[in-house]
Design a protein around this ligand. Structure first.
Ligand SMILES: [Mg+2]
Length: 358
């Protein structure tokens, strides 16, 4: 038996209600129909929320994980869906975050100052590390390192998590190319279980890395805490977590040595500023996750300009930026310079944006 199609829709009743702290809203509901190749239809509906259209958009995009699957393998389908939403159910938090960042840009433009100077500047530049794309192999690393060292970067982050043998080759090559004092970080992107994470953490210890990032998913904070107890290498993570309540739990459990919220997904500049201050009270560093295109880098850099408990900027070392007319300046020592333009500090390349906008 195979699922052949999935349809979704939402409906709105001519009736408004008020629940708790939510603003008054129309009674709505979202429904899903799943069709099979033997002409059966599975149907279900969910609660009214203020974000039905967001739910529908999510469901539409997840259709690809459902269609052509065997409905009896429902646990596999569930796992595919869950992994696709970055685990801690981001999506809605992205929406709050991007609205918040755009408002800060507006405030900055109104008072003609970069956001970090409005919030209270701590620095005007910060060391940037080159964050490499996924699974650059040892041979490709040589070419990458040439550019990175020429540009003055003092640190690099490599992606691992393919398998232990491959990981070790990449990490050893990175240490060989960078030399003894070069800063190296490794990111597993939640790809391992506890046992594998422990093994790779010991390799990272041996090679004296700065941190090991997301060795296991942050769904299980107890496992992260256990891992931290067993190894000396600092464990970093938090790019898939959002809002101060979640980070309070992470900090109270001592799940990470370094937290990495992202202002464009963890709740906006307003929220991540609070999260960073909370981390400071625990003596924990906050080094925002940034890997992504320019607007993401600029927004996070503005917050970094205000954080005493941050010592790096993640600089996405990816092919030419195309979304913006601006570029973050990296000086000869590998520092990112805080932009002096008002607001977040960048302008979109409207022509390119309009061409690719959907
Ligand atoms: Mg990461």
């Amino acid at each position: 038996m195979k699922i052949t199609n999935l349809e979704t829709a939402w409906f709105e009743w001519p009736l408004s209600i008020k629940i708790g702290a939510m603003p008054k809203f129309k009674v709505t509901g979202s429904i899903v129909k799943v069709f099979s190749d033997n002409n059966k239809v599975g149907i279900a509906g969910t609660h009214f929320v203020n974000s039905d259209n967001a739910l529908i958009a999510h469901i539409e995009r997840w259709k690809k994980f459902v269609v052509n699957q065997n409905p009896f393998e429902v646990q596999k389908i569930w796992r595919d869906l869950y992994n696709n939403v970055n685990r801690i159910l981001l999506g809605i938090s992205h929406a709050i975050s991007v609205i918040d960042c755009a408002i800060w840009d507006l405030i900055g433009k109104e008072v003609n100052r970069p956001v970090y100077k409005i919030l209270g500047a701590f620095r005007n530049k910060i060391p940037a590390y080159a964050s490499l794309p996924w699974w650059v192999n040892p041979r490709q690393l040589e070419a990458y390192f040439k550019g990175i060292l020429d540009q003055g970067f003092k640190g690099v982050k490599v992606r691992i998590g393919k398998n232990l043998e491959w990981d070790i080759k990449v990490l050893e090559k990175a240490r060989e190319l960078g030399g003894k004092n070069f800063h190296i970080m490794a990111d597993v992107n939640s790809g391992y279980n506890f046992r594998k994470a422990l093994k790779i953490a010991r390799v990272c210890e041996r090679l004296d890395l700065d941190w090991l990032e997301e060795p296991i998913p942050s769904d299980n904070l107890d496992n992260l805490m256990e891992l931290r107890k067993k190894v000396d290498i600092p464990i970093a993570g938090g790019e898939n977590d959002a809002f101060i309540w979640r980070f309070r739990e992470i900090l109270e459990k001592r799940a990470y040595d370094i937290i990495q919220p992202d202002v464009t997904r963890s709740g906006g500049i307003t929220e991540v500023k609070k999260i960073a201050s909370l981390a400071e009270s625990f003596g924990i560093e906050c080094i925002p996750h940034i890997f992504g295109f320019g607007p993401i880098q600029y927004a996070n850099l503005q917050l970094i300009g205000t954080l005493p408990n941050c010592r790096w900027m993640e600089y996405s070392y990816i092919p030419a930026e195309f979304l913006m007319t601006d570029k973050i300046e990296i000086d000869k020592e590998g520092n990112a310079i805080l932009p002096s333009n008002p607001g977040l500090g960048f302008n979109f390349n409207e022509e390119i944006l309009n061409k690719y906008k959907k």
